[in-house]
Design a protein around this ligand. Structure first.
Ligand code: HEC
Length: 123
């Protein structure tokens, strides 16, 4: 019985590895973004599709905003709050500036890929 379990789990991870690489990096990137969203503290202030918390619900954010805007925002929210009208309007609505999250470019790409995957999955 143990042997069967072992073979099954090895087979399972092989299938997963082939699946992940076959889908290009995109699927893996979105998954990484999902992990970051949970571990970087975003969930303290944001939900995706479960309503407003301290900050806006991020469902549909990749449809409302361009990738370029999202990159600039995640890179340096405080800089955007000085110059960007949409960011300023949000700050007025939510009553606090989103703190800088110290994300790397790689983190930012993964997070945006995660938001996009979500926006494509559920309408
Ligand atoms: C302390 C609370 C807080 C944390 C933590 C936080 N945010 Fe925010 N976020 C906000 C607030 C508040 C806004 C609205 C703009 C403002 O007031 O600065 C916002 C705005 C945004 C927007 C723009 C939303 C729109 O409708 O255009 C995105 C995208 C975003 N946050 C992503 C993230 C991600 C990703 C993380 C984690 C890496 C994160 N936020 C962590 C509070 C937070």
């Amino acid at each position: 019985m143990k042997k069967i379990m072992l073979v099954a789990s090895i087979f399972g991870s092989l299938v997963f590895a082939v699946y992940a690489s076959g889908n290009g990096g995109e699927q893996a990137l979105a998954k990484k973004g999902g992990d970051l969203f949970a571990t970087k503290g975003c969930t303290a202030c944001h939900t995706i599709g479960k309503g407003k918390l301290v900050g806006p619900d991020l469902k549909g954010v990749t449809k409302a905003m361009t990738t370029k805007w999202l990159e600039a925002w995640l890179k340096d929210p405080s800089k955007m709050l000085k110059t960007d009208k949409h960011a300023q309007a949000l700050q007025k609505e939510y009553g606090l500036p989103m703190p800088n999250q110290n994300l790397t470019d790689e983190d930012i790409h993964a997070l945006i890929s995660f938001f996009k995957a979500n926006d494509q999955a559920k309408k």
